[in-house]
Design a binder for this molecule. Structure first.
Ligand code: TPP
Length: 367
């Protein structure tokens, strides 16, 4: 396994010290190492993978140096537009190194949302004309030098592909986030499900929110025919909920969003503002981190979600840090255009199961 410290050192040896990206579990300890560096390099967390390519492009043209952009292969779709329309040789020809953590590839059994992207990641890079090397613990120093040379000489990106378990685990793995809050996300989800009205639709966002929803729904033996687990499409669960709310006007529709997911496609709120279904209750778990991929901070940990929701036309906005308050809010029959910001501390259930294909087929059939 590669020590992330040595991986970063290999870049720094070549005078490369700018890193930007979106968190990923395969790259977990590499990202944590970048966060821990107070001096000697610049590290930014982007709102989404396209934004990371944008920041890297701004750096490359300003400094005439090569940036490193990291993300999970599920975010390659977000990156493709700026890669093809700005970074590509046919346009500006911007050199950069992409460090891509691969989920669902190399015959590794992974979650359902990675089953399509995993096996086609390298094919997509090929069709984009982006050369790549699968990073190897014995050769990574040489591979990084080669990537940088190629990228510089050809004015274009070069990708370094990271497989599962490539990076060494850390002993004292730091989880960032709101440690001082009393309650965790799953404590709210459990209370919510125990108090859920029969006709309410529930949409869960990518990552732990949906997995915890699945866990409690099964534990409590609930009828889940009005549930939708948005296991992929990070940042778009609220749009799925938005349209369900517009189509099912007589029912309440609750979306359980993550702060990282909400930030990733914040512009989606403009559609909610425009359509503003009265029956939508937008819950966001504000833990300041991308907990599902290792607990790395979101792009800005000081966002004022109250003001954001206000700006996007929500009428009732609550900020809470106690599950009882959530129960009280949901009892209110006059809730319209509602947002609930829940401050939570990190932490989830041990060996948290994942929804199965059977679950997804059930939702699609019975919704
Ligand atoms: C487009 C895309 N980029 C990255 C990921 C990897 N990913 C899965 S869950 C997650 C973090 C979600 O963070 P947040 O919404 O704050 O929820 P939390 O994990 O904190 O509950 C990330 C980055 C992804 N699934 N899709």
């Amino acid at each position: 396994m590669i020590d992330p410290k040595d991986f970063v050192k290999a870049f720094k040896k070549q005078n490369i010290n700018y890193f930007v990206g979106v968190p990923d579990s395969v790259l977990d300890t590499f990202i944590n190492f970048l966060h821990s560096q107070k001096r000697g390099l610049t590290h930014r967390v982007a709102a989404n993978e396209g934004g990371a390519i944008g920041l890297a492009t701004g750096y490359a043209i300003s400094k005439k140096r090569i940036p490193v952009v990291y993300f999970q292969n599920s975010g390659l779709g977000n990156a493709i537009n700026p890669l093809t329309s700005i970074v590509d040789k046919k346009v500006y020809g911007i050199p950069m190194i992409l460090v891509i953590g691969v989920r669902g590839g190399f015959n590794f059994r992974d979650e359902l949302q990675h089953h399509k992207m995993g096996p086609i990641t390298l094919k997509i890079l090929k069709s984009l004309g982006i050369p790549y090397k699968v990073v190897n613990e014995k050769k990574f120093n040489h591979q990084i030098r080669h990537a940088l040379k190629y990228s510089k000489n050809n004015s274009q990106p070069f990708a370094l592909i990271i497989k599962h378990n490539s990076f060494k685990k850390q002993k004292n793995h730091k989880i960032f986030g709101k440690q001082k809050e009393k309650f965790r996300r799953y404590e709210y989800i459990e209370v919510l499900l125990k108090n859920l009205k029969k006709n309410t639709y529930l949409v869960g966002s990518t990552g732990f929110a949906t997995r915890e929803l699945n866990y409690f729904a099964k534990n409590l033996n609930l009828n889940t025919s009005k549930f939708f687990y948005c296991i992929g499409a990070m940042g778009h669960a609220n749009q799925i909920a938005n349209e369900i709310a517009l189509q099912k006007k007589k029912n309440k529709v609750i979306i359980l969003d993550g702060d990282g997911a909400l930030i990733m496609h914040l512009g989606n709120l403009s559609t909610i503002k425009k359509t503003m279904p009265r029956n939508l209750i937008h819950i966001v778990f504000d833990n300041k981190i991308h907990e599902s991929t290792g607990g790395h901070p979101v792009s800005d940990t000081n966002l004022n979600f109250k003001l954001i929701f206000k700006a996007f036309g929500y009428k009732k906005i609550f900020e809470i840090n106690n599950p009882n308050k959530l129960v009280n809010i949901l009892k209110n029959k006059k809730l319209v255009n509602t947002a609930v910001i829940i401050k939570t501390k990190p932490g989830t259930i041990n060996n948290l199961p994942r929804p199965s294909l059977k679950d997804l087929i059930y939702f699609k059939k019975n919704f």
